[in-house]
Design a protein around this ligand. Structure first.
Ligand code: PEP
Ligand code: MG
Length: 756
């Protein structure tokens, strides 16, 4: 069954559009189940009716021309209840309804399964036959399995097909939903980037100069041939003549009489070399993958390998892109910090990542840069976008492909409003951050890239609560030397001196993997992360701490922060190494006291150990991004569970209060540096809990200051008191938003973000 399923899913995945995908489904399912009829009904979003969209065995003339109400007939019964129905005598069922002209009179055995994607009913998959027998349990299970697998493919095909249609019938369908990653709106041209050669990720594009494209293709081909001939030569001794001859066969795939000729023909017809190569290769890879014989099926791997080799040379030869559109929207399967750094900042107006979620590090970097971002946009047909216009709505997490004039105007107006608001808030820069009744609360920033520094100072930050040192490591192709690190850290410390700068030691692992130090794990967020890596590699830790101490010479504003602490031993071991570094730099002639050292509270065990940790260190900082992920068991990087990720979950709030109380009992100061600190709805609660500083992305700082400066501590305490006995995140959010609205602060917070 797995093999049949694999084949059907593969075939449907390869379809060019939804209509073709549905045709394939009915054809393949009917054959696999050996029934007489297989039909797909899809729910029309506008009319809410179930439209007869594809059939094998009934009257095809009715396809698209006939529909049922959502609870009409047996199909409606399945749709409205979201349940399977298996009948050996369909006519006897009270919901049975004969539709003249469909040709189903003689098929009295009926089985229907709902097609549901992410709780949303997409349609119904039906099989019918004339002999009176009940479909078996195994057949039921097969239909349910296939409809569950096809749901995601149908949903994807529905969205991408509609989004790409230039004459999209309504705004609804050219809209793709992802996860809000960084606030703001960007309108610009999509540019897809891929870190490694990927045949599936090359957009179709017209060649600017066909001859040049042909030359590039020929040269890439010649280099791949040379490479393979070298390998073949090296293996001559070790392989039998027969095996060796396989290299010849392998190479001949690229000949002009084979795939090479097809690519050349496409280039001649106007496609650019990379596009032509990828289209031809993918067509043949699919062809091989569909073959029955396993030996032939495996040849798909050879074709893919050859294609990827040629593409790598083509991409290497293409000059590094210097012609970024004036308004570039960067699209990538997974946005990396280096991709963000490649584009001139003034041209980058938006970011779209197919993977990741709101608290992925790429989203945090985008927020740091003040670039609107949508994450987890898995349905975006990225390889068919070309250079189309996109609107990126970083408030609601939506992307509009080929936006109509009306949509463009709506978002342009929103951008104008944002600009006016930014200018208005800029007036707060010189003001102290304090509540109306005089409670001071220092606002700090989180930094990582150089752009953060500029933004932070402009926004009037009073210090750096979290400098993510790993960003400097991610942008290189090897570990930075101690001296390179010293210079980097010196820049941060000097920019903010005498204000404090909290430097976190290297926090890699999870969704942050260094290209030159890959960590492959099944469960990376529970694996080798943060302090666990650097304690296992003291040479990395020691070099980093020495660089920090040296950078601090003559300034004295450094604070060192340890990430991912889950046990006191990790703190003790880290302290021993830090003291050793301190002695070493003193011996080298530097003069400075040991800087304050703190730990992050971002793992549940650390919440319960707060007292013991506070006893050992100078300060604590809560990493609510990870703490939320670990307390709620929700991967912060997974868009599929983004709806479950709530910093304002009562369990998270309870843990935060526990941390503040336990820290203060030991006389230890405690800040919060997760993204929650920049959420104006959470801010009154954090104030009332007693956090000593809030540290956030610079972009959120003005709004947070506006909120704090418009409230009294009594307002904040009242809100916290209202939460006693409230057990749902949604209820907490409602109460927090009510306060914001009551104080007339809604427009600074964009609470109405989903109503646009
Ligand atoms: C956190 O986990 O809240 C945090 C600030 O660290 P990071 O987002 O870098 O994991
Ligand atoms: Mg963290």
């Amino acid at each position: 069954m797995i093999e049949v399923l694999r084949k059907i899913v593969q075939a449907v995945n390869d379809a060019d559009d939804l209509a073709q995908a549905l045709e394939l489904i009915v054809h393949e399912v009917r054959a696999a189940m050996q029934t007489e009829v297989c039909t797909v009904y899809l729910r029309d979003r506008g009319s809410q009716r179930l439209v007869f969209r594809a059939t094998e065995g009934l009257n095809k003339d009715k396809v698209g021309a006939f529909s049922l109400g959502i609870d009409e007939g047996l199909v409606g019964w399945v749709a409205s209840r979201g349940e399977m129905l298996n009948l050996d005598d369909a006519m006897a069922h009270p919901s049975f309804q004969l539709v003249p002209g469909l040709g189903e009179e003689s098929f009295n055995t009926f089985m229907g399964a709902p097609i549901i994607h992410q709780r949303d009913l997409l349609g119904v998959l039906v099989v019918q036959q004339s002999d009176t027998r009940r479909f078996s349990d195994a057949e039921e299970a097969f239909l349910i399995t296939i409809s569950a697998q096809l749901a995601a493919i149908i949903a994807h095909a529905e969205v991408t097909g509609a989004a790409l249609a230039m004459d999209a019938p309504s705004q609804e369908v050219s809209r793709i939903q992802g996860v809000a990653g960084s606030p703001g709106v960007g309108i610009g041209q999509a540019v897809f980037v891929s870190p490694t050669a990927d045949l599936g990720a090359v957009p179709s594009r017209q060649a600017v100069d066909r001859r040049q494209e042909m030359r590039a293709f020929r040269s890439a081909l010649a280099r791949v041939r040379d490479d393979i001939e070298v390998v073949a030569e090296n293996l001559r001794e070790e392989l039998s003549a027969e095996d060796h001859a396989l290299f010849g066969v392998y190479l001949s795939i690229l000949d002009d009489s084979a795939l090479g000729g097809e690519v050349a023909a496409l280039i001649k017809s106007g496609e650019w070399a990379q596009g032509a190569l990828s289209q031809v290769m993918i067509k043949h890879i699919r062809h091989f993958e569909r073959m029955e014989h396993s030996y032939l099926r495996e040849r798909a791997v050879d074709v893919r390998d050859l294609g990827t080799r040629v593409l790598t040379y083509l991409q290497d030869d293409a000059e590094t892109r210097s012609d970024w559109p004036e308004h570039t929207i960067l699209v990538a399967e997974e946005i990396t910090a280096s991709a963000l750094g490649e584009i001139p900042r003034e041209r980058l107006v938006g970011v779209v990542s197919l993977r990741g979620s709101a608290n992925s590090h790429a989203a945090i970097v985008a927020r740091g840069m003040g670039v609107p971002a949508v994450m987890g946009a898995a349905d975006l047909p990225y390889n068919r976008l070309g250079d189309r216009t996109l609107v990126v709505d970083g408030y609601s997490g939506r992307i509009y492909v080929n936006p109509s004039q009306q949509v463009l105007e709506r978002f342009q107006a929103l951008m104008d409003q944002d600009l006016a608001l930014t200018e208005e808030l800029a007036g707060l820069r010189g003001e102290l951050c304090q509540t109306l009744d005089g409670k001071r609360i220092p606002l700090w920033v989180n930094t990582g890239i150089i752009e953060d520094l500029v933004g932070a100072i402009e926004q009037g930050a009073e210090g750096v609560g979290l400098y993510r040192t790993e960003v400097g490591f991610l942008l290189r192709d090897r570990f930075p030397s101690e001296e390179e690190q010293r210079q980097l850290y010196r820049e941060q410390l000097e920019t903010f001196a005498p204000a404090p700068v909290t430097m976190r030691t290297l926090d890699i692992g999870g969704d942050k993997s260094l290209p030159y130090f890959p960590i492959q794990e099944d469960n990376p967020f529970l694996g080798w992360r943060g302090i666990r890596v650097t304690l296992d590699h003291p040479e990395i830790f020691l070099a980093q701490v020495r660089a920090m101490l040296k950078a601090n010479e003559g300034l004295g504003n450094l604070r060192i922060l340890l990430p991912m602490i889950s046990a006191v031993e990790e703190v003790d071991e880290s302290f021993a190494l830090i003291r050793r570094c301190h002695e070493e730099v003193l011996a080298e002639g530097y003069e400075q006291p040991l800087p304050p050292v703190g730990v992050m509270i971002e793992v549940p065990s650390a919440v319960w150990l707060t007292g013991a940790l506070a006893n050992r260190v100078d300060f604590l900082s809560v990493g609510s991004n990870d703490l939320t992920q670990y307390l709620l068991a929700v991967d912060r990087n997974n868009a599929r569970v983004a709806e479950l990720y709530h910093g304002l979950h009562p369990a998270v709030l309870g843990a935060l209060q526990q941390v503040v109380d336990a820290a203060h009992l030991e006389g230890c100061s405690v800040s919060i540096c997760g993204e929650m600190a920049g959420d104006p709805r959470a801010v009154p609660l954090l104030l009332a809990m007693g956090f000593d500083q809030l540290s956030m992305s610079a972009i959120n700082l003005p709004r947070v200051k506006k909120v704090i400066n418009s409230l009294t501590m009594a307002d904040a305490n009242e809100l916290l008191a209202e939460l006693v006995g409230v057990h749902s995140s949604h209820a907490v959010i409602r109460l927090a938003e009510n306060l914001i609205e009551r104080k007339g602060l809604g427009r600074y917070v964009r609470l109405n973000r989903d109503n646009r």
